[in-house]
Ligand binder design. Sequence first.
Ligand SMILES: Cc1cc2nc3c(=O)[nH]c(=O)nc-3n(C[C@H](O)[C@H](O)[C@H](O)COP(=O)(O)OP(=O)(O)OC[C@H]3O[C@@H](n4cnc5c(N)ncnc54)[C@H](O)[C@@H]3O)c2cc1C
Length: 469
Amino acid sequence: MPPRAEAGSAHALPDVARLRSELRGPVLTPSDPNYDETRKLYNAMINKRPAVIARCRDAADVMTALRFGQEQSLEIAVRGGGHNGGGLGSVDDGLMIDLSLMRGVRVDPRTRTADVAGGCQLGDLDHAAGAFGLATPGGIISTTGVGGLTLGGGLGHLTRKYGLSIDNLLSADVVLPDGNLVIADADQDPDLFWAVRGGGGNFGIVTNFRFRLHPVSTVIAGPTFWPLDQAEEVLRWYRDFLPNAPEDLNGFFGVLTVPPIPAFPEALHLQKVAAVVWCSLAPSAETERLLAPVHRVGHPAMHGVGPMAYPALNSMFDGLYPPGHQWYWRADFVQKISDEAVRLHVAHARELPTPQSTMHLYPIDGAASRVKAQETPWAFRDAKWAEVIVGVDPDPRNAHRLRDWTVGYWEALHPHSMGGAYVNFMMDEGQERVQATYGANYARLAALKRRFDPANMLHVNQNIRPARA
Ligand SMILES: Cc1cc2nc3c(=O)[nH]c(=O)nc-3n(C[C@H](O)[C@H](O)[C@H](O)COP(=O)(O)OP(=O)(O)OC[C@H]3O[C@@H](n4cnc5c(N)ncnc54)[C@H](O)[C@@H]3O)c2cc1C
């Protein structure tokens, strides 16, 4: 690990002036008026103070900033959308290479592909592709960074039908730790292309993602809520129903507190419920037929499913989760949900510590499961769900309550899981968890890390350590 610069001091970095003269984007140090606003991460539980923030405008800026960081022996972090739970888009006293000004998307409707700049948010991609009635799998909140989400895997409403985001990645422009930019795809630099499809930001800084797009415009979507006292029956039904449903139908299960907003009946406001959020690519009448069994499970308190534009679905929860809240995450991959696991889920749901805290089970079967475990770094292709438990609240005074509930819930359910977790749903949890997550693919990742980043310069991430020679 390179030595750290003097804490937070611009005076320790005489060459900041040179970096400013070379970069098209702004360069900030702690004495700049915009510094505090710019360094903020989505998760306010994490408060890091980089010595320098290089706000890159293009790939040339990224190459220059990376070289600068190396020359100055600064620890380097790369920020895409800044959503990472563990705050891995920033670093104390080091250099933050900030991609958040790089937000261009170019859609080619003839080839059904999109070129997406490295700092885009999902909403940028949904907006641009949605204009053509096209989309590619991504997450469920539009402010999440395409960069971090894709490099870790990427799952959401389209996963059962079209796979993970990495399964739709056609090429990546990667600024390597040695300062060169390469365009990696299945034919050119196939090892690098393999590594970036799940290996996180370990192998380079991606300045452009090229995705395959699919015809997706209006979807039939929305939530069904059940009172929490019916949650055991609902989850037992869901675990059998969804894996047997056609891949046009996606539905993630959750336990949550109904937000007190006009979109939901007042009688449900602030009630704890079991929920499934549906997204169907089938026509309306067919979706109604597919979802008919839902009405026979317990007594749904609300079934709010209807047609909407896919980008609208993907930004539906944005208002509930603005930047600046406290977040504490734990996750696992799950293959089977036993009766005991059902019981434990519901017991912990009763103790949801704050209105925004939640647990989701995201389906990752269907198209995602047809890719072989060695084809990309994502090792758990046989998992049926990615489980995530998140304690969320605006008030920093509740941070310990979020943590205690999340960890307690996770510890109870972990024995019922497959061991590893989706890297993008983890905090900074250490090597053992990273290795468990990549499983049999870790050795190849470590060998490629040695090839592309032998000094582990890009280590502010779910770190893959270079294999020993
Ligand atoms: C509210 C919320 C909802 C979410 N929903 C989903 C979901 O539905 N599906 C899902 O799959 N995930 C979801 N996530 C998890 C999300 O995928 C991760 O938080 C991810 O790390 C976010 O990426 P980012 O670019 O915003 O984060 P950042 O904090 O900017 O970066 C995360 C990591 O990726 C690296 N990185 C980012 N961009 C680049 C790049 N261009 N080149 C190289 N390295 C890069 C960073 O260095 C860092 O290590 C959600 C997260 C939040 C907070």
